[in-house]
Design a protein around this ligand. Structure first.
Ligand SMILES: O=c1ccn([C@@H]2O[C@H](COP(=O)(O)O)[C@@H](O)[C@H]2O)c(=O)[nH]1
Length: 232
């Protein structure tokens, strides 16, 4: 899977997530899924193992951020779940990032969150009191992550090309903040459509509510995949 589209399974429990996935079983290929804090805290490692046994590609989005020793040990435990992707915060710094990389599983990719897509430029300035612009901050954090041996970043689609410019072509640029045209932004600040994300240099998408809250989620997923350039 070179250009994955992950459906964000932001559900309160395993039963709701599994019920949501039932109609996707009729597709020729199962979607890749992202398990975030809400579902992981409710359903835990057992549910992640269940998804892996069912053949799903799993992105565990826990956004780890702690001292290097703690993050290293946490990554080693999570590697036992055989997930393919795991997030940490780039702002945790070089030593934390290196500890994560040193403890990841053989087929696990570590993705570093640069600046959350819910942050506008003004939100970031107000929170972080940084003289950097959003673009400069994202590039700085991406360079830090790349130098530490991380596999890619999480950023808004509009920053994908900027990240590519300061890292490498094969450095992953996975982008949440995706909305089908006409859908509400909700709590996201830096959003775009799947088509524009592809044109902007993203190498993978995370899509939650544009699919999970759609009247017909499978049709919404197929629309995302068509815009992104994949068949579903
Ligand atoms: O910067 C980030 C990092 C992670 N996310 C996660 O992606 C999905 C997006 O959900 P939508 O419903 O499509 O807005 C969600 O699980 C976030 O935790 C992000 O949005 N931004």
């Amino acid at each position: 899977m070179t250009a994955p589209v992950f459906i964000a399974l932001d559900f309160p429990d395993a039963a709701s997530a599994q019920a949501f996935l039932v109609p996707f079983r009729d597709l020729p290929e199962q979607p890749a899924v992202k398990v975030g804090m809400e579902l992981f805290y409710a359903a835990g490692p057992a549910f992640v193992r269940e998804l892996r046994q069912q053949g799903f590609t799993v992105f565990l989005d826990l956004k780890l951020y702690d001292i290097p020793n703690t993050v290293g040990h946490a990554v080693a435990r999570l590697a036992q779940l055989d997930v393919q992707y795991l997030t940490i915060h780039a702002a945790g710094g070089t030593k934390m990032l290196q500890q994560a990389v040193a403890n990841k599983g053989a087929d696990m990719k570590i993705l570093a969150v640069t600046q959350l897509t819910s942050f506008s430029e003004a939100d970031m300035q107000a929170t972080q009191q940084t003289p950097l612009s959003m673009a400069d901050s994202v590039q700085h954090l991406a360079k830090l992550a790349y130098a530490a041996g991380v596999d890619g970043t999480i950023s808004a689609p509009g920053e994908a090309a900027l990240i590519q410019a300061v890292t490498a072509d094969d450095f992953l640029r996975i982008t949440p903040g995706i909305r089908l045209a006409g859908d509400a932004a909700d709590d996201q600040a830096r959003i775009t459509t799947p088509k524009v994300a592809r044109q902007s240099g993203a190498t993978g998408l995370v899509v939650g509510r544009s699919i999970t809250k759609a009247h017909t989620p499978v049709a919404a997923y197929q629309r995302v995949m068509a815009e992104w350039g994949n068949e579903a």
